[in-house]
Design a protein around this ligand. Structure first.
Ligand SMILES: NC(=O)c1ccc[n+]([C@@H]2O[C@H](COP(=O)([O-])OP(=O)(O)OC[C@H]3O[C@@H](n4cnc5c(N)ncnc54)[C@H](O)[C@@H]3O)[C@@H](O)[C@H]2O)c1
Length: 253
């Protein structure tokens, strides 16, 4: 491997996998950090033979694991982009959300992004700058039922995005967030009940879940030079969920 590459956490599944596939289609090198070793092996095996793709099975909430993985996989190779995408979700009312559950959610969704970004910073600087995208959620901006721990973690990630954008601009590093609405991924299948699925469809003006590629396309744009003056933004990729008020056409259809 040579030349600057993109690091994608949680790149073995769902949205992260779509980001990795997009990078590879564009001929860009990538490194996946994902704790699911079997899914990681499958993603690596599915890559075209000439793809410049590496992977490390790590838990991003463990700073020592992340540092070791980047050192072993990259050996000082510069990084031009980081997608903090790995995340965990649960649907649980606030009253029933234990402190342990809050901690576990914050550990991965917030501290995992902090750890990976801090570990990648010297490698981004070696590249002369670059771009970071944090994958948040519409649940970081709305009081969605059952999202106390998940929503709080994504809200924290949005504030973190703004602070990182402010502090890192001088180093030529842009930092943005995407806020996906509902997306067809393994994570959603494990969290959304039938009634939640029905509600998401009804409350989303476009009336459907996104494909992972639709979120990946927005992430790739934020990473690109076309977004060269965009930093500190939270881009909703949500079929209109955050904008919606009174409903008409989709319900009536
Ligand atoms: N699917 C949705 O509807 C939706 C909506 C809004 C936001 N998001 C966010 O998008 C991101 C990706 O979600 P997805 O739906 O593609 O989920 P997914 O479960 O398909 O993929 C997530 C990947 O992250 C990995 N991962 C989880 N915890 C990890 C850890 N501690 N260390 C390393 N890897 C870890 C998993 O192994 C998995 O491969 C998450 O941050 C999620 O919160 C998803």
């Amino acid at each position: 491997m040579s030349g600057p590459l993109s690091v994608v956490t949680g790149g073995a599944s769902g949205i992260g996998r779509a980001v990795v596939d997009s990078l590879l289609r564009a001929g860009r090198p990538a490194l996946i950090l994902d704790r699911d070793a079997a899914a990681l092996d499958a993603a690596l095996a599915a890559a075209p033979p000439d793809a410049d793709l590496a992977g490390a099975a790590v838990d991003i909430s463990d700073a020592a694991q992340v540092a070791r993985a980047l050192e072993e996989a990259l050996d000082g190779r510069p990084v031009c982009a980081l997608v903090n995408n790995a995340g965990v979700a649960i649907e649980r009312p606030f009253r029933e959300t234990s402190v342990e559950l809050f901690r576990a959610m914050l550990d991965v969704n917030v501290l995992g992004a902090v750890i990976t970004a801090q570990t990648c910073l010297p490698l981004l600087e070696r590249n002369g700058g670059g771009a970071i995208v944090n994958v948040a959620s519409v649940s970081g901006l709305r009081g969605n039922y059952g999202r106390a721990a998940y929503g709080a973690s994504k809200g924290a990630l949005l504030t973190l995005t703004q602070v990182m954008a402010t502090e890192l601009a001088a180093e030529n590093i842009r930092v943005n967030a995407v806020c996906p609405g509902p997306v067809e991924t393994p994570l959603v299948k494990s969290v959304h009940t039938a009634s939640a699925t029905d509600q998401w469809r009804r409350l989303t003006p476009q009336g459907r879940y996104a494909a992972p590629q639709e979120i990946a396309d927005a992430i790739l744009w934020l990473l690109s030079e076309q977004a060269s003056f965009v930093t500190g933004a939270a881009l909703a990729v949500d079929g209109g969920f955050l904008s919606a008020g009174l409903r008409g056409a989709v319900d009536a259809a």
